[in-house]
Design a protein around this ligand. Structure first.
Ligand code: SF4
Length: 89
C-alpha cells in the first residue's frame, strides 16, 4: 500500500479551533520554508500572499513543528473528539 492509499484511509473530524497555528509574519522572514517539504499531508502551500495552512487533513505527525526553526508554528494535539482517525486493515 503506497502513501496515497494510506492517506485515503484516514478521515478527519474538524474543529473550529485549529490545533496548529502559523504566525505568518515570522514566515515572511523565513528563507527555507521547511514546512512546504516535510508535511506528508501537504497542509502547507506557498501562495502570493505567503504561507497558507489548512489544519483539516493534518496527520498529527509533528514534522512541521520539529522542522520549523523560526518558531512560527504553535502546535497542540487536537481537542478530544477532533482530529485524524486512522482506519487499519
Ligand atoms: Fe503536516 Fe504533520 Fe504538521 Fe500535520 S503535524 S501539518 S501532517 S507536518
Amino acid at each position: 500500500m503506497d502513501i496515497l492509499e494510506k492517506l485515503m484511509r484516514a478521515y478527519f473530524i474538524s474543529d473550529e479551533r485549529p490545533h496548529i497555528t502559523v504566525n505568518k509574519s515570522i514566515c515572511q522572514s523565513c528563507s527555507s520554508k521547511e514546512c512546504l517539504y516535510v508535511c506528508p499531508a501537504q497542509r502547507y502551500t506557498l501562495e502570493a500572499e505567503g504561507i497558507q495552512f489548512i489544519a483539516d487533513g493534518c496527520l498529527e505527525c509533528g514534522a512541521c513543528r520539529i522542522s520549523c526553526k523560526s518558531g512560527a508554528i504553535t502546535w497542540n494535539y487536537p481537542r478530544g473528539g477532533f482530529g485524524v482517525r486512522f482506519r487499519h486493515g
